[in-house]
Design a protein around this ligand. Sequence first.
Ligand code: ATP
Ligand code: MG
Length: 376
Amino acid sequence: MGGKSSKYDNNLVHDNKMGDESSKYDNNLVQDNKMSGESSKYDNNLVQDNKMDGESSKYDNDPDRMLCDQTSPPAKLPFQYLKTITNNFSDTYAIGRGGSGVVYKGRMSNGEFVAVKKLQLSLPSFQKQFENEVCHLMYLNHPNIVRLRGYCYETQNVFVEHNGNFVCAEMSERLLCLQYYPKGSLAGYISDESSGLEWDTRYNIIVGIIYGLKYLHEEKVKPVLHMDLKPANILLDDAMKPKITDFGLSRLLDQQQTLSTSSRDGTLGYMAPEYLHAGTVTAKSDIFSLGVIILEVITGHKDYPDVTRTSSERFVELTLDKWRSRNPLNKSPGYIPKIRRCIEIGLACVNLERKGRPSTGELIKLLQGRMTLDEV
Ligand SMILES: Nc1ncnc2c1ncn2[C@@H]1O[C@H](COP(=O)(O)OP(=O)(O)OP(=O)(O)O)[C@@H](O)[C@H]1O
Ligand SMILES: [Mg+2]
């Protein structure tokens, strides 16, 4: 991020009258700039082995002391340590279950928590997902991206029974250690217009996700495509600031801006039609998923005009009416134009034609009112 974009960010914050929030954002942006500088170091070397060795020696190979230090970069952690802090991966410490394994909270000696994602042992496809997630998270550093604290990859030879005989087998443990966000994922906060999160909170979540995605698509030497954006993969910190997580399916884009694939990994309802039907992968696949999330955050459901067969104009008006009736005494709350803009932006993102979808840079300009949808 150069000085230019941080200027825009401040404008956006100002424009949104986020009040106290803005100072938090400003701090993040400062931090963001600092971190972007730091991440350019990662660009040259995805896994910074040397740096990590140096760090761990500073802590005499004491993983707990190292993890308690919030400034330490992600490092290799012993399986035994992660087992201990999660109380032997007990169910009472489980905080989430996904397709690739179970996420536990782990308690460090200072009483603070980390999240420990333990991938299932048996499936070979998880090796690729694990490498993806670790390598890509090491490459990333942004206030709207989950923070990797460490990883563990340990293989042991064990004797197991097989068809009545004992054979020697290799067993690998693959774990990620992440910053812990006690509010969990955005999936737990999706609700329709009549209840749940207030508009300002929903708006800040939408803006944060867009900034996180802009960083992935436009601010790295090699753009990162997430490929599985959905509310369950957006974590929320104490201040309800979103953090994009779950990079198991993510890809780095090299020279070519379009990839073709035979796999269809992702989540139905969030996958772009050209990916679902033809395996075409571009940054616009993530934009489609983002559009579904934006509309879901505003309305509480994943339906949009193409699905419901209502016209876009009618969809916008119906949604605005529901927001107006949330606060019946004030028939025309001042945030209505902002909601309208966000719905229209969400609808542009779920355009069935990928070329008609805005890029993340354009999305920021649209939010700020520095660009119109006709110009996309
Ligand atoms: N750092 C964290 N802090 C708090 N909760 C978390 C954290 N990481 C994950 N979770 C919880 O665990 C759930 C599953 O995590 P994640 O999406 O990383 O796993 P997954 O197995 O890859 O999921 P998927 O089914 O999308 O493949 C999240 O939706 C969230 O509820
Ligand atoms: Mg997930």
